[in-house]
Design a protein around this ligand. Structure first.
Ligand SMILES: [Mn+2]
Length: 239
C-alpha cells in the first residue's frame, strides 16, 4: 500500500507554524502556544514525538485535543514515539503496561486509552504544503528507506513521493536533536532542510533545552526555554 502524504493549501490569512519534538514537556508547550496567539486560520504542525522522555505526555496530548476543540487547525504528525506506543499496545496488555511504566506514561490509563490509541493512529506521517514538507524525519533520495533514521520502524510505509517532489520542496522536520546555534544558522542560510528539534527535554545542555516554533512563511523562529517543573535526567540525546 502506497502512503500518500496529504496536501494542504496555504491559508489566505493565516500563518503556517511548525513545532519540533515536545516529548512530554507540557508546560513549555502550553507557554509557547500561548505566545503564538493562534488565530482561526493559522495552521500548526506538531512534528512528531509529542510523547515520552518527559514526564507529562498525557497533558501534551490533552492540550492538542483542547486546541482542536476550540476549532484551531492543529496537525500532529506521527513520530517514532507515537508509533512505538501503538506497537507496544499490539504486543499485549502486560507488555503495554511495562512500556507505559518505562516512559512515564501510566496516566494515559486514567483516560480512555482506546481514544488515545485511535488519536495516535490518526496522525499522518507528514504534510505536503506545496513549498514545504512537514514531517518527523528528513525525506531522502537514494536510500533504502527514504525516511532517514527510520529504517526499522517506518520501512513498512511505502511513501508515494518522487525524488523530484522531494527535491522541489524545503522540509521542516524533527527527530534529530539540533543545537540552537545550528538551527539559527540553517534558517539564516535558507537551508533546504530545517531540523527543528532543539532538544526541549534536555535542559541540562546549554545549547539544547528549547522548544522551537518556526513560521514557514516569515521564517521567524521562536525559541521557548524549557520551563518544566519536573525535569528528568536523561543521559543520551539521540532522538
Ligand atoms: Mn524525538
Amino acid at each position: 500500500m502506497k502512503y500518500e502524504i496529504p496536501r494542504l493549501n496555504k491559508p489566505k490569512n493565516g500563518r503556517r507554524i511548525a513545532i519540533g519534538d515536545i516529548h512530554g514537556c507540557a508546560d513549555t508547550f502550553q507557554l509557547l502556544v500561548r505566545k503564538l496567539d493562534l488565530q482561526a486560520e493559522d495552521q500548526l504542525f506538531l512534528l512528531g514525538d509529542l510523547i515520552d522522555k518527559g514526564t507529562r505526555s498525557k497533558e501534551v496530548i490533552d492540550y492538542t485535543l483542547e486546541l482542536k476543540e476550540k476549532g484551531l487547525n492543529v496537525f500532529p504528525i506521527m513520530g517514532n514515539h507515537e508509533l512505538s506506543f501503538l506497537m507496544a499496545y499490539d504486543q499485549g496488555f502486560d507488555f503495554f503496561l511495562d512500556y507505559l511504566n518505562q516512559n512515564n506514561n501510566e496516566d494515559f490509563l486514567d483516560g480512555d486509552i482506546e481514544a488515545y490509541l485511535s488519536y495516535f493512529a490518526s496522525f499522518e506521517y507528514g504534510y505536503d504544503l506545496g513549498d514545504w514538507l512537514a514531517c518527523h524525519s528528513e525525506f531522502l533520495i537514494n536510500e533504502q528507506s527514504i525516511y532517514r533514521g527510520m529504517r526499522g520502524m517506518f520501512s513498512k510505509v511505502d511513501f508515494k513521493i518522487s525524488e523530484e517532489e522531494i527535491l522541489s520542496k524545503r522540509q521542516v522536520t524533527g527527530h534529530f536533536v539540533t543545537q540552537t546555534s545550528r538551527l539559527k544558522a540553517s534558517i539564516d542560510n535558507k537551508e533546504r532542510v530545517i531540523f527543528l528539534d532543539s532538544g526541549c527535554v534536555y535542559p541540562e545542555n546549554e545549547e539544547l533545552g528549547f522548544l522551537a516554533a518556526f513560521d514557514l512563511d516569515s521564517e521567524e523562529l521562536l525559541l521557548q526555554k524549557n520551563v518544566e517543573t519536573v525535569v528528568q535526567t536523561i543521559n543520551s540525546a539521540k532522538d
